[in-house]
Design a protein around this ligand. Structure first.
Ligand SMILES: [Zn+2]
Ligand SMILES: [Zn+2]
Length: 120
């Protein structure tokens, strides 16, 4: 049993780690948003963002990747309201309860169109 778990974990690491390694080799270790440079120890704070938010779309030429620091990556997803795709956090949507937890989420906004209007 433990072996199966270990193998599954390794497969997941291979899948998640593979594109990160390629992206790191392809791009300079600089955040694409804030321009922070990363090296050595803090390189782990640099994450691979998928431009189309599809973690499984990993063209070897890196055209779907962008290196973003953890903070900027979070910002990016807050703005785009896409699913986070952090390294190693390749979430299985079927096992992610937050996606199916509340089928009526956002319904309040539909009923009360005047509420929560952001003016910026
Ligand atoms: Zn950044
Ligand atoms: Zn991302």
């Amino acid at each position: 049993m433990a072996r199966i778990v270990a193998e599954a974990r390794k497969a997941q690491e291979d899948r998640a780690g593979g594109y990160r390694e390629r992206a790191m080799a392809l791009f300079p270790h600089v955040c694409g948003r804030c321009g922070r440079e990363f090296s050595g120890k803090n390189l782990s704070e640099l994450t691979v963002h998928h431009k189309d938010s599809n973690h499984f779309n990993n063209p070897p030429d890196g055209s779907n990747w962008e290196l973003l620091c953890v903070a900027c990556h979070e910002e990016e997803h807050l703005n785009s309201e896409a699913t986070p795709d952090y390294d190693g956090g390749v979430s299985d949507p079927i096992k992610d309860p937050t996606l199916f937890d509340n089928p009526f989420a956002g319904l309040g906004d539909l009923i009360k169109p005047d509420a929560d209007e952001k003016s910026e």
